[in-house]
Ligand binder design. Structure first.
Ligand code: ATP
Ligand code: MG
Length: 291
């Protein structure tokens, strides 16, 4: 199995009909995948330490998915090996009044990690072409007529272009953007919702509104497909991850993160000669103490 199988870089047309939400891997394989994920987590930790020490390139990892696809548990698991000092996590909720008063990329910009950091976006500015499209929220925006008058398709075509330009801008300014769609199936989502309802310890995760969104499933899939096709590039690829088997999805995500960190190829900074001389003198002073 190769991570490239799940990567889409914008060549040809991507269709959700061509991918599966589960590869139906034998349950006996779970421990092996857990082990592989654990190894990737260690590797991620090593690479992140160098990324931080070097401070040259930033990594934005964004996670998009329908409810109960496993965004939270993926973040928890995948991040378990990295130093929290070099990571920022932000969840994109419904925009506040202040956020709505700005352009939609503003809040993404304000939550970008500094270079040297990993930034994890739990949902992202893609909501602005997903939920905003599905619910036609854009129609109610306080914006000039010229921005809204050309209709839905034009409004979102512009946004796709803006997002692609934004991601290219980030790339040209020392960032990589890794975009992950946890592709859970309709049946599996139902099972997970039922589990949230039936298991008291999971009740807090359930929100009745999630069922409303579920009923709009085909519209969401259409919006995802459009967004993925319009914004996948070599430098900002989409990973469409089969998410019905959580342990498999976590492995794919861990592979994708290690892969991009290896492309960044961070190194501990090499000290300039004067700094090395200072180190040598400090060493002499310490070892010579009390002589
Ligand atoms: P969880 O349910 O696991 O806590 P979540 O990401 O679903 O995580 P919620 O608070 O339930 O968090 O949902 C956030 C909601 O905000 C989602 O329904 C999402 O579609 C919505 N949202 C995010 N960005 C925007 C946006 N720009 N415009 C409108 N709604 C948005
Ligand atoms: Mg939710």
């Amino acid at each position: 199995m190769n991570i490239k199988d799940f990567r889409f870089e914008g060549k040809g047309r991507f269709s959700l009909d061509d991918v599966r939400t589960s590869l139906d891997i034998d349950k006996d394989e779970e421990p092996r995948y857990e082990e592989l994920t654990a190894q990737n987590t260690l590797r991620m930790g090593e690479l992140q330490d160098k990324l931080y020490a070097e401070g040259r390139e930033g990594l934005v990892i964004l996670l998009q998915a329908m409810d109960a696809a496993g965004k939270d548990s993926t973040i928890k698991r995948v991040m378990s090996g990295v130093n929290p000092q070099g990571v920022v996590v932000h969840s994109f909720k419904q925009p506040s009044q202040t956020e709505l008063a700005h352009d939609y990329l503003w809040r993404a910009v304000t939550h970008l990690p500094p270079r040297g950091f990993m930034g994890l976006f739990n949902r992202s500015y893609y909501e602005d072409v997903l939920v905003v499209r599905v619910h036609d929220i854009w129609k109610g925006y306080a914006m000039p007529k010229r921005c809204l008058n050309d209709g839905r398709d034009t409004f979102f075509e512009r946004r796709y272009k803006q997002i692609a330009n934004f991601e290219e801008y980030l790339y040209d300014n020392g960032y990589r953007v890794l975009k992950i769609f946890l592709n859970v199936g309709l049946d599996e989502q139902k099972e997970r919702f039922l589990e949230r309802i039936d298991n008291e310890r999971k009740n807090w995760k359930f929100s009745a509104g999630d069922i409303d969104e579920r009923e709009l499933w085909p519209h969401y899939m259409d919006a995802y497909e459009r967004a993925i096709n319009a914004t996948a590039t070599e430098h900002a690829p989409w990973y469409v991850v089969p998410a019905d088997q959580k342990w498999f999805a976590r492995w794919v995500v861990s592979e994708a993160i290690v892969d991009v960190l290896e492309q960044i190829d961070p190194h501990y900074p090499e000290l300039p000669k004067e700094a090395k001389d200072t180190l040598a003198r400090s060493r002499e002073r310490l070892t010579g103490e009390g002589r």
